[in-house]
Design a binder for this molecule. Sequence first.
Ligand code: N7H
Length: 444
Amino acid sequence: KPNLDNLQADIWPGLLKFYQIFYFFNIDEVPKFRPQLKILADTVITSASGAQAMRDEILVSKSAQAADIATRPQVVPMAGVNIAFSKVGMEKLGKEGLKDEAFNHGQFKSMTQGEGVGQDQEDNWLETFKNGVDGVLLICGTKDKVEARLKHLEEENLGSSCGVKVAEVLRGEDLKSRPGHEHFGFKDGISQPLLKGLDDAQAKLPNKRHILTDPGTIITGKDEPSWATDGSYMAFRMLKQFVPEFRSFVETEAPGLNYTPAQLRARLVGRWESGAPVQVFPNVDNPKEAEKNDFDYTEDLEDKNCPFAAHIRKTKPRGDLGDRTGYDIMRRGIPYGKEFVSGEEKMPEDRGLLFVCYQSSLAKGFQFITKNWINNKRFPPRATSVDVTPGIDPIMGSSRMNNMSIVDGKGARKSINFDSFVQSKGGEYFFMPSLPLLREMATV
Ligand code: N7H
């Protein structure tokens, strides 16, 4: 069980994010930065236990984060801060020896240079991420407080007199008209691994999955040097979403598949826009069951309700793999850019997801899911027993000219083709150290 005073909060239980700033930086002068890092570790960084206390105080209404905008005034203004470092950043601060190969190669190499994980187009990457960054500060909470916190940090602990130089600042915000949803229109953040010893009470609640995940899947422990205990690898990805393109694709394809556009959309993701799982509610959305997560695919061998390639079946195959855990990620992203308005022309807006996930091994987390599941047309393997090739995840599949298998509204098996609706603008792999490790890095 991790020490909650040592663990940074975004890993678990998660920093609350109505608004978030990602402050990417490079360390120019280590001796000047070290004392600032000490101050950050001692007085600024939010620990898991600190966040738990904040949550109790802040969320007057249990459902405030997901609830309608009208309930927002119940949220007390707040800001939480976490910090993570790339391989180069860790080394500058004297910590070598983390074992994760993808982390050590960096994301640019892993995702663009043919190591088989993804097919990111180098041209679409922000220069900042091509060049690499040493670290990132995550500042999360309510807008005014988060902006004020950044201003304060820039005056006190960041900047040239503190040995750091800003590389890129990205801002994400919960969608105003549909809080808790992402740009394609779907409720996000419903299904997360529940950690043994930490989430046991949650796992007993109605609608939750009762399966508990070993915390070692998300939080680093025995497979890394002892100084890395109570940390986690963080994969950050800036993922641009082509929303008008996604919507018009669905409108065009739905009639030929004997579905309404809403039914087809639900089958591409595996949940309706409300969040209700299409596996359990195949015909119409059921917003009352938006949070339902205690379902499985075992009884749906012919994938009539939920296509094998649907985003959530690809990324979390549940019973398709006999419910083996060990390949879980803790997702902590936030949308960026303006909300879609209907009637919008194609491509006017840069909008998408500032995707973040935590895991104790990128090889078993982000990289594994991307390579072996999302972009593997034969996954999940159970499909082969009914002679079906599932195809590529329609939400995250990275290549051009993807296709997936889908049973249409009249029960006929069909195949649909699509270019990806999400484009990577780059990112980086980071390590998020425990608070004691931050203090060690701050002192030599
Ligand atoms: Fe995904 N989307 O809007 O379609 N995702 N995702 N994701 N995703 C999920 O269950 C989305 C991405 C996972 O436990 C939901 O909380 C979009 C990457 C996993 O059943 C929706 C993007 C990776 C789950 C979306 C994106 C994953 C999941 C349903 C990028 C990993 C949990 C809400 C722009 C490599 C599955 C929910 C489970 C759920 C969407 C990216 C993985 C709506 C738009 C890169 C593991």
